[in-house]
Design a protein around this ligand. Structure first.
Ligand code: URA
Length: 457
């Protein structure tokens, strides 16, 4: 069979072809095991047959492991991305002068950027269909954070998503049952077969979901460091380059920014505590590292969509919008539209204590914070009940850590390094012991890493 050019990839293969290929899955596994490239039609068939339940999990697991070791070339990755996108419904928006944009993060600890960013982007003249996920392990999830808001609904129908994007300008919600079912099924299998950390599989997984939002532009926050998927900037750059080039080839203006995840973003980690810090960002009272990233992603999208000519001017526009207070009002509008009880939300915001036990970790000496380990902090939040050990785990929205001291800060002995919000006394004390290992204090100020921008390729 001759390979089709990328633009002509059909939504589904003809029935006759699908049947023929579905009988022949073993040779495809063997081809990939032997390091051969799969054809576009073969990849399409694998995805549609797997979603239809015609390929058993044990064979798909073997294929995923073969991909993990042998990789996929750019053409195969693009074909996989399109096939996964086309496994379900695609959001279709009415014609409108406002560009459709989104940001996606590869995940980290204290990463609440999406929450203030969505209303800011809506105020900057974008439409933002931000379809988000849940946390797993030490990585927090946007939906879990939002569900700590009284009444907030994250499960919306297709019609509700489109209507809210058109009227409010932004929505943050979960994938509908019908969106990208291939990714749901394949990701669950990857999760239990050790095949998550594969650059082509991550690329196809993330981009298939973003392409199903019918975006004009996408900015990717690719994290590196001890609490990230990718431990080094080099590995993060490789993943970023893969996603940028496939995103561009798929017709979405895509750019990536590499950001540090050795230390948590902001000073809070834990679902409700992160919502609270997001509100501080919208009210211009947040830690600067958080606000800087929010502004940076908004600026990237302004440039990508040509609403702004250069990045510095775009940063000014985004900062001014934040300072105007309009995104804070837009946030309330988004909450109301998604069923939140605004009075209960405001009452909850006004209180400082939600979990029943608060304890602080204090510095035992004076000096400079030289380490604030995001992985340990993520593990403590997860063990307090704020994250999931498995997909079935139930989240406690109110536990977590705030008042986190950050690298470079000068502190005195007895200064608070972090405050723990726990559901009971025992877990509070366990957390305090665990958390001790997250911090180091030195006599000299440490050299600080910073994020570095990666231009579209
Ligand atoms: N996030 C995703 O959505 N998919 C991956 O494969 C990894 C992270």
């Amino acid at each position: 069979m001759r390979q089709r050019p990328q633009q002509q990839i059909p939504l589904l293969l003809p029935q006759r072809e699908r049947k023929r290929l579905s009988l022949n899955f073993l040779p495809l596994i063997e081809s990939k095991r032997n390091g051969e490239a799969l054809r576009t039609a073969q990849i399409q068939a694998v995805i549609s047959e797997y979603v239809a339940g015609k390929i058993p999990d044990y064979q798909m697991a073997a294929m995923l492991m073969a991909i993990y070791f042998r990789g996929l070339n750019a053409e195969e990755t693009r074909a996989l991305t399109f096939a996964m996108r086309d496994s379900g419904d695609i959001l279709k928006f009415p014609n409108d002068s406002r560009p459709l944009v989104d940001k996606h993060s590869t995940g980290g600890v204290g990463d609440k950027v999406s929450l203030p960013l969505a209303p800011l982007l809506a105020c900057l003249g974008f439409r933002v269909p931000m379809i988000s996920g849940r946390g797993l392990g030490i990585t927090g999830g946007t939906l879990d954070k939002l569900e700590s808001i009284p009444g907030f609904r994250t499960a919306l129908s297709f019609e509700e998503i489109i209507s809210q994007v058109q009227s409010v300008g932004c929505v943050i919600c979960g994938q509908t049952e019908k969106m990208v079912p291939a990714d749901k099924k394949i990701y669950a299998l990857r999760d239990v077969t050790g095949t998550v950390p594969s650059i082509p599989l991550i690329t196809a997984s993330i981009l298939s979901k973003k392409l199903a939002e019918s975006l004009n532009a996408l900015v990717l926050d690719v994290k590196y460091g001890c609490a990230a998927f990718m431990q080094t900037p080099e590995a993060a750059r490789e993943l970023a380059q893969s996603m940028v080039s496939i995103g561009q080839e798929c017709g979405v203006n895509t750019q990536a920014v590499l950001t540090d995840m050795n230390t948590p973003l902001g000073r809070a980690a834990g679902n409700w505590l992160e919502v609270k810090e997001s509100i501080q960002c919208l009210e211009n009272k947040a830690p600067e590292d958080l606000t800087q990233l929010v502004v940076e992603f908004a600026a990237c999208l302004l440039v990508q969509t040509e609403l702004s000519g250069d990045l510095n001017a775009a940063r000014d526009v985004a900062r001014k919008s934040l300072l105007s207070g309009a995104p804070r009002h837009k946030w309330d509008e988004m909450l109301l539209s998604q069923g939140a009880d605004l009075a209960a939300f405001k009452l909850k915001l006004a209180s400082d204590e939600h979990a029943s036990n608060l304890v602080s970790l204090k510095a035992d000496r004076s000096g400079f914070i030289s380490k604030c380990d995001a992985r340990i902090i993520g593990e403590v939040v997860r063990d307090l009940g704020g994250g999931r050990l498995s997909k079935e785990s139930v989240i406690d929205p109110d536990v977590g850590i705030d008042q986190i001291a950050k690298p470079g800060e000068k502190i005195q002995a007895g200064h608070t390094l972090a405050r723990i919000h726990a559901a009971n006394r025992v877990s509070a004390e366990t957390a305090r012991k665990q958390l001790g290992g997250a911090f180091a204090i030195s006599d000299q100020p440490p050299s600080l890493s910073n994020y570095s921008a990666l231009r579209s390729v």
